[in-house]
Design a binder for this molecule. Structure first.
Ligand code: GLC
Ligand code: CA
Length: 485
């Protein structure tokens, strides 16, 4: 499966206010169908206080007014369905906004502790400050794994568990195909304030037994609606094994480790990252791979170093992995990270440069919004755009589209077992199932491999398509190929 991740504020503005919206995504479905993706994952669409742009929810049953209405969401889901594209929402169960009415009206839904001098323990939040803030109104400390504006929900509360069952059911009934679940592996935090944090960040540790209990509960709700998907964001260090979060087929269906978006672009490193995930899944085909995200530097900048050859090789590698691949909007064009001056920054954590408007065309507004309108974040280099690449068979967009089509055509490329192949240093080489091999030269030198056979089905250098390889394969710097028997 190929999932296309849309940051809704930045994809397409339909009403000229400079902010992307749901009706805008509906307008662009034709493009997404042409590209060939199976599903859309929308970053949070709920009303939010925008301290973390959607990840601080004030109402789990609604749509952010900047993005449109519930009707617009229904319309998007229906229109996508007609094109064979399923829609996943981004569920944020770990915390709400401080401005969620529950915080005052239902304080028992949050995690509180009493302490006189300073925070109740040494746990840290994602910003490396104490994971506790004193509430002026009550003098008590509330827990927050992320920002102080994002108080952690108390998942030991039956009321919270029941409420989320209703939230899931509400969206499933509206036709949502499933959820990407934010920080799924840590949803229930330990109640033991003396517990040691897990992983490098000293964040509030999860209570894994209870996490599994909650995942099973969500799965039971999902299963009541038939073919629905729970794709959970999970970190390996939380866990000692991603496979644990699949349960006995009764927890998450897919796990999303966050390892590629922070890995370096060396064949040896990437082989290790992939092997670690493959091993921890014990052969199960449940990994979700992505190279860019709304939290990381876009891969054409991080890996590609602004060299299109490197970006193209990375796309072959990525779309040659086993399982589910997520393309973050613009990845298919080789859209780069945008360097933004501090004066226009909107995110506390400096992630704006990967969240700039989708580059549709080289014109004022970039095809994202109307000419003359100031977009909520400035556009990047508009010479990289859909309109310019769509008709050009040599473009990165065309390569990406061919890779997606080839994944559909060759089941081995999609689901075939991954096995690392012997190759010279700097070369990524793996076989997929019995019949497919993916080879990418991630070095600036010409390389030769032996023992490789098959027909080149797709290559970054288009003239190689159709070439028969019988033993020896020579690749130019940053050249990549997919071979099939
Ligand atoms: C996840 C999201 C990130 C967000 C955080 C807090 O890590 O990917 O964007 O800031 O959760 O909800
Ligand atoms: Ca708009």
């Amino acid at each position: 499966m190929v999932v296309y991740q849309v940051y809704p504020r930045s994809f397409q503005d339909s009403n000229g206010d400079g902010i992307g919206d749901l009706a805008g995504i509906t307008q662009r479905l034709e493009y997404l169908e042409w590209l060939g993706v199976d599903a859309l994952w929308l970053n949070p669409t709920f009303p939010s206080a925008d301290a973390d742009w959607g990840y601080d929810v004030v109402d789990y049953y609604g749509v952010h007014p900047d993005l449109g209405t519930l009707d617009d969401l229904d319309e998007l889901v229906a229109a996508a369905g007609r094109r064979g594209i399923r829609v996943l929402l981004d569920l944020v169960p770990g915390h709400t906004s401080l401005r969620h009415p529950w915080f005052r009206e239902r304080p028992d839904r949050y995690v509180w502790a009493d302490a006189d001098d300073g925070p109740p323990n040494a746990w840290l939040s994602a910003s490396a400050a104490p994971a506790w803030t004193r509430d002026d109104a009550t003098g008590r400390w509330y827990q927050h794994t992320f920002r102080p504006e994002q108080p952690d929900l108390n998942w030991w509360s039956e009321e919270v568990r029941d409420e989320f069952d209703r939230i899931l059911a509400f969206w499933f009934e509206r036709g949502i195909a499933g959820f990407r679940i934010d920080a799924a592996a840590r949803v229930v935090k330990s109640r033991d304030l003396a517990a040691a944090p897990v992983g490098p960040w000293s964040r509030p540790p999860p209570d894994l037994e209870q996490v599994h209990e909650v995942l099973r509960r969500w799965r039971r709700v999902a299963d009541r609606y038939g073919d629905r998907l729970l794709l959970g964001q999970t970190w390996i260090e939380d866990t000692g094994g991603l496979g644990a979060f699949l349960g006995n087929g009764d927890e998450l269906q897919l796990v999303q480790p966050f390892t590629l978006p922070v890995a370096q672009f060396y064949a040896s490193v990437l082989h290790e990252v992939v092997a670690e995930v493959e091993t921890s899944l014990g052969g199960r085909d449940a990994a979700v791979w992505q190279a860019s995200s709304h939290d990381a530097i876009r891969f054409p900048t991080r890996w590609g170093a602004c060299d299109e050859r490197r970006t193209r090789a990375a796309l072959v590698l990525l779309l040659g992995l086993r399982g589910t691949v997520v393309l973050y909007y613009g990845d298919e064009l080789g859209m780069e990270q945008v360097h933004l001056p501090a004066a226009v920054a909107r995110d506390h954590w400096g992630r704006d440069g990967c969240r700039t408007p989708m580059q549709w065309a080289d014109c004022a507004g970039g095809g994202f919004t109307d000419a003359g309108v100031t977009a909520w974040l400035p556009c990047g280099d508009l010479q990289v755009n859909v309109e310019g690449q769509r008709g050009d068979p040599a473009s990165t967009l065309a390569l990406c589209r061919s890779l997606i089509a080839l994944r559909r055509e060759l089941p081995d490329l999609r689901d075939g077992a991954y096995r690392r192949l012997d190759a010279p240093p700097g070369v990524w080489a793996c076989s997929r199932g019995d019949g497919v091999a993916v080879v990418a030269n991630l070095s600036g030198a010409v390389v030769s491999l032996s023992g490789i056979e098959g027909i080149v089905r797709l290559a970054t250098e288009r003239t190689r398509a159709g070439e028969a390889v019988a033993g020896a394969l020579r690749l130019e710097p940053w050249e990549a190929v997919v071979l099939a028997a």
